[in-house]
Design a protein around this ligand. Structure first.
Ligand code: NAP
Ligand code: GCO
Length: 266
């Protein structure tokens, strides 16, 4: 048997949300490398133009769609446009997400709701939009990008942790409800990854020293490094391919060992 064929995505249509840059871009690149046709979205033309150039530079013919994943009307149009352009979505990666780092007692309910809306409700909206075609084809893969905060809390990220904890359970529920249609829904739980979202946590101090949080994460990570978005490519290809057809409702943590480790003694 050619076991590598089980990881092939040839002929599959993959939609990665929020994949103009960061983790989503790397996951889309990995899925393209395994043969998938790539669709992605973001909210504005400036990021879209830069992303299309970046994909082209990698030799990837990605198709981009301007769409706010919290808007059901925009999502319905995007999914219909992708079906017309590339075919119905075989692989959905719910990657789009934001974080607001505000002490809970100072956080407005509007801020809380916005994080929940993008990081959790949007995955519900997106999944609901692609499930009917997957059910008809009796085949589909949904991958939700969870987080360390699907398992752990920390100061200032109450909304984000609530959303990512909910996303873990939404993953398990989609797996439970639609497994009968040969649809697998799993999550990827990245550790601390060097992207624009975590840039504030890695900024050098005025004296050139590391940001305290940067040093904290290095001491909490057995790998003693921040992850690169490329570190997530293999997990994404695995969960998007037939190699994971009997994996369902699982959160695959790609964290350098953070969740296993008490942390280096100061
Ligand atoms: P990022 O660099 O901030 O990128 C986030 C992406 O989401 C951008 O492309 C952004 O596009 C898009 N986005 C945000 N809101 C959107 C909306 N309403 N509609 C459509 N697109 C939207 O973040 P990242 O670090 O790559 O993180 C990507 C995912 O991984 C997020 O879900 C994040 O929670 C999760 N994660 C990150 C880490 C980490 O350490 N970086 C670790 C674990 C999990 P536009 O702003 O251009 O629209
Ligand atoms: C934070 C970070 C984390 C990462 C990621 C960890 O402020 O703690 O942004 O939340 O983004 O989710 O898995």
């Amino acid at each position: 048997m050619d076991i590598l064929k089980k990881f092939s995505l040839e002929g599959k249509v993959a939609l990665v949300t929020g994949a103009a840059y960061g983790i989503g871009f790397a996951i889309a690149e990995g899925l393209a490398g395994a043969g998938a046709k790539i669709a992605f979205n973001c909210r504005g033309q400036e990021h879209m133009d830069k992303a299309l150039a970046a994909y082209a530079e990698k030799g990837i013919e990605a198709k981009g769609y301007i769409c706010d994943v919290t808007r059901e009307d925009e999502v319905a149009k995007m999914v219909a446009d992708i079906k017309a352009d590339l075919g119905s979505v075989d692989i959905l990666v719910n990657n789009a997400g934001i974080i607001k780092r505000i002490p809970m007692t100072e956080m407005s309910s509007e801020d809380f709701r916005q994080v929940i809306d993008i990081d959790l409700t949007a995955a519900f909206i997106m999944s609901k939009a692609v499930l009917p075609d997957m059910m008809e084809k009796k085949s589909g893969k949904i991958i939700n990008i969870c987080s360390m905060m699907s398992e752990l809390g920390r100061e200032t990220v109450s909304a984000y942790a609530a959303a990512k904890g909910g996303l873990k359970m939404l993953t398990k529920n989609i797996a439970s409800e639609y497994g009968q249609y040969n649809i697998q829904c799993n999550g990827i739980g990245p550790g601390y990854i060097a992207t624009p979202q975590t840039a504030p946590l890695r900024e050098r101090q005025a004296d050139g020293s590391r940001h305290p949080f940067d040093s904290f994460i290095l001491a909490k990570t057995p790998a003693e490094r921040w992850g690169d978005p490329e570190d997530l490519m293999g997990a994404a290809v695995f969960l998007a391919s037939e190699a994971s057809d009997f994996v369902n409702g699982h959160i695959l943590y790609v964290d350098g060992g953070i969740l296993a480790y008490i942390g280096k003694q100061p």
